[in-house]
Design a protein around this ligand. Structure first.
Ligand code: SF4
Length: 172
């Protein structure tokens, strides 16, 4: 115990005060529009189930950033859920390896309708850098119907918000 206290005393306080971080220009405005549109079309929040289908993890890192206290996508009415049964949208990252094909299909089937699929990151669109690999299942559109794509490798939180705005604007 004394050793721990002594080490803490020697190191000092490692955490620091949260400094105000400036958001990308236009982020608040786009987010505000997204929020109004979600309220108008869904009458509540938009619930998203995310599936990492062979992703390198960087797309997830940006999706997690979108939910951090800085970008705080939840305030725009976007919520990430743990079960496909609670989801309106399926967000897919990664080049979809063959061993994820069935899991992806089943996740989609478990979602209540109306539902839509959004691919996130260049890999999810067409395999990206892994396109010709033997382990990729191929065109994701043949596994689940894709409604929209978020470009980037990885896409930033702002790109995620912008793509959702475009997509929800198209939904009747
Ligand atoms: S699109 Fe880029 S960042 Fe996203 S999973 Fe593929 S390689 Fe990783």
């Amino acid at each position: 115990m004394m050793r721990i206290l002594w080490n803490s005393f020697k190191k000092g306080i490692l955490s620091r005060k949260f400094e105000k971080v400036s958001l990308p220009p236009g982020y608040e405005k786009t987010g505000g529009e997204l929020h109004s549109l979600i309220k108008k079309k869904f009458g509540r929040s938009l619930h998203i189930r995310e599936v990492a289908a062979g992703s390198c993890g960087a797309c997830e890192s940006e999706i997690i950033s979108a939910g951090n206290p800085v970008y705080d996508i939840q305030r725009f009415g976007v919520d990430f859920v743990a079960s496909p049964r609670h989801a309106d949208a399926l967000l897919v990252t990664g080049p979809v390896p063959r061993n994820m094909e069935l899991a992806l299909k089943r996740t989609y089937e478990a979602m209540p309708g109306p539902k839509f699929v959004v691919t996130c990151g260049d890999c999810a669109l067409d395999g990206g850098a892994f396109r010709d690999s033997y382990y990729c299942a191929g065109d994701i559109g043949k596994i689940v119907p894709v409604a929209a794509h978020i470009p980037g490798c990885p896409p930033r939180p702002q790109a995620i918000v912008e793509a959702l705005l475009l997509l929800i604007g198209r939904i009747n």
